[in-house]
Design a protein around this ligand. Structure first.
Ligand code: FES
Length: 246
């Protein structure tokens, strides 16, 4: 059964950003740039203020980068459990059960465990095996905290680079954003006018001629190009992975 998605998108989106200076003669500027990704591990930034459940010990949320069922992910990634320990520290756990690969539930205070829905294996809030057919602990992701409010989870395979190319069209210049995608992971395009501004989602198209009316696009494991219209004289575009709490 497909679990319900809850709307919760931009603020924890992982993104690779590149700057783009736009003006009337955009196509004459040398702005086609590839932003190199270092290694394959991406960083998922989590704003703790977005999650009431993580304000207290034993809090737990499950974050999905693509759809999943009880039995498996429908896409490249298993959901990630973010759990808060009694000590106030956090752990990031791969929800893939070590028994037969089902998707483990978030931590339940009532059950005092993360429970696998398939055969009932139980894991502690740190992912350690308690009971059931699972032979070992759940895997943890590397995680660090920046200040009081931000967690950064290192997710193997999530890193990517974005190439930006100005593209003249009959109706004016647009910008092509090219990037590799992961299977059934959704992407959105964000924009901000300067480094201090908040990111905002902008509409994009699959063709340089438009229409520019999409807010999300789902990957299939291949490279993808989307097209956006200039948003002003200067600014930054970002291609972000959409993450949902489920
Ligand atoms: S798959 Fe989790 S207990 Fe069997």
């Amino acid at each position: 059964m497909q679990l319900q998605r809850r709307t919760f998108l931009k603020t924890i989106a992982y993104s690779m950003a590149g700057s783009l200076f736009m003006g009337k003669e955009i196509s004459q500027l040398l702005i086609g740039t590839t932003y190199a990704a270092e290694g394959s591990t991406g960083e998922l930034k989590i704003d703790l203020a977005q999650f009431p459940a993580l304000q207290n010990p034993n809090g737990s949320v499950r974050l999905a980068l693509n759809p999943f069922t009880t039995n498996r992910p429908n896409g490249a990634y298993y959901p990630i459990l973010i759990n808060r320990l009694q000590s106030g520290d956090y752990v990031a756990i791969n929800s893939r059960c070590s028994h037969a690969d089902c998707v483990v539930n978030p931590f339940s205070s009532a059950a005092n465990a993360c429970i696998c829905p398939c055969h009932g294996s139980r894991f502690g809030i740190d992912g350690s095996r308690i009971s059931g057919p699972a032979p070992r602990n759940l895997d943890q992701y590397n995680l660090r905290q920046e200040g009081e409010e931000t967690l950064i989870v290192e997710v193997p395979g999530l890193n990517y680079s974005v190439q930006m190319t100005p593209t003249p069209t009959a109706s004016g210049d647009v910008v092509e954003l090219s990037f590799p995608t992961q299977d059934r992971v959704s992407y959105e395009v964000l924009f901000r006018t300067d480094l201090q501004s908040d990111w905002s989602a902008v509409e994009f198209g699959n063709s340089s001629e438009g229409p520019f009316n999409l807010l999300e696009s789902t990957g299939n494991g291949s490279d993808k190009s989307v097209f956006v219209q200039p948003q002003g004289d200067t600014g930054f575009f970002s291609v972000a992975v959409v993450v949902t709490e489920q």
